[in-house]
Design a protein around this ligand. Structure first.
Ligand code: LMR
Length: 337
């Protein structure tokens, strides 16, 4: 089998007449690169945005002429709700949704949404690197999705358009935008608030027009999406995590030539190490930029305040323990030192 037919170009060749072939410019039949569309919903200047760009650079360097990676940030190509289907249909080859957006495909990954599960990003990192964490990357292959890596963003903060945001009582009755996660829905219900699932690209406008009062996100997303311009207070709750799973279409991946798969795996491992290293700096930097802008107040919380948030959100664990599995929750807890 020659290289051309391996890439599935035989039908094209068969369809061309000899005259047609001769009319083609010289070199047009040289092997064309495999195009990998990588779609995501955040800005370039975020941990995920930078990791995706790094992956493109590395993949094209390791596989010159063999692959071309096209990165589409900011929901340009597909937003939440569409990107998973697009991946399964082959319209895009890689995406990196937040771990909160997989519950249609597996209940296990909901683990990451349990409030106050991980003490910090180091614990998240340890769990993801563990056998249990790595097994989750392969937990959706029966649905056609293969996880290639975990990418970090950071811990979530809570923001509203109110002056007072210190204790759980302060969010009673307020409307919050959430990602499409049943755990997050339960989390806000436990607080007596009204959660509303909404695509990331719609959040700024929803906050600006008062469709919702608040949201939860990392500093880098709050800054890059300018949520701080349309919120009054951001409480430093660190109540949960926003991280990503880079996923690909399992069938497409298995069908790649072995050398390409190897090169892409290496590029992914290096891009992951890079992105995960810069993530916490990006969040610190963006927190400082938000503070400097002086538009939203950053509310520090005492230990007692944090304990009160933790207590209010506790019922969520019981509700999802069956779906997620107690063993997996315990394994995650062991990652806290
Ligand atoms: C969100 O939807 O709030 C975020 O998860 C978006 C992202 O990909 O960071």
């Amino acid at each position: 089998m020659n290289k051309t037919s391996k890439l599935g170009r035989r039908p094209l060749l068969a369809a061309l007449s000899l005259a047609g072939l001769m009319a083609l410019p010289f070199g047009a039949l040289a092997q064309s690169p495999i195009v990998i569309k990588f779609s995501h919903v955040v800005a370039d200047q975020t941990p995920k945005g930078q990791a995706a760009i790094k992956f493109k650079e590395l993949a094209e360097k390791k596989l010159p002429g063999k692959v071309q990676v096209q990165v589409f940030p900011n929901s340009q190509l597909f937003g939440d709700g569409k990107e998973m289907e697009a991946l399964l249909l082959g319209d895009v080859q890689m995406i990196a949704p937040s771990l909160s957006k997989f519950d249609r495909y597996t209940k296990k990954v909901q683990l990451f949404d349990l409030p106050f599960l991980f003490d910090d990003m180091e614990a998240v990192d340890r769990f993801q690197a563990s056998t249990n964490g790595q097994a989750l990357l392969k937990s959706m292959t029966n649905r056609g999705l293969l996880g290639l890596a975990y990418w970090h963003n950071g811990m979530k903060q809570l923001s509203t358009d109110k002056d007072q945001l210190k204790r759980p009582e302060d969010v009673k009755g307020l409307k919050f935008r959430i990602q499409s996660s049943d755990v997050l829905e339960a989390q806000f219900r436990a607080l007596g608030a009204n959660p509303q699932k909404m695509a990331f690209s719609e959040v700024y406008q929803a906050l600006q027009t008062g469709v919702v009062d608040g949201q939860e996100n990392t500093w880098s997303n709050i800054f890059s999406q300018k949520f701080y311009e349309v919120q009054k207070t951001i409480a430093e709750t660190n109540h949960g995590v926003i991280d990503y799973m880079v996923v690909t279409n399992a069938k497409w991946w298995d069908g790649l030539p072995a050398d390409v798969r190897k090169g892409l795996s290496e590029a992914m491992a290096e891009a992951t190490a890079y992105g995960n290293k810069i993530a916490s700096d990006f969040n610190e930097r963006d927190k400082a930029q938000i503070a400097k802008a002086g538009k939203a107040k950053i509310q520090q919380l005492s230990k007692e305040d944090v304990a009160a948030w933790r207590k209010s959100m506790e019922p969520v664990w019981k509700k999802f323990e069956g779906d997620i599995g107690r063993d997996l929750i315990d394994a995650a807890l062991k990652s806290n030192k």
